[in-house]
Design a protein around this ligand. Sequence first.
Ligand SMILES: [Zn+2]
Length: 68
Amino acid sequence: MLGGGRMKFELEIITEGKVKDAITECEGKHIQQIAYSSYHDAFTQICFNCKKIRTSLKEKELCLEQNK
Ligand SMILES: [Zn+2]
């Protein structure tokens, strides 16, 4: 199923442990990208199959409040 370039990702702000659990869970089954920010000491996983962005970045680091 193709999204026609309009694939929507859900953002999950969770603990680093949970991001790592998700990485292990998706490994070998899903197409995923993992990014590590040494500045924030945070992991971010983007899984194209789960259509989720899981990150241990804090909400304030993402500046999400400013968009609300
Ligand atoms: Zn996945």
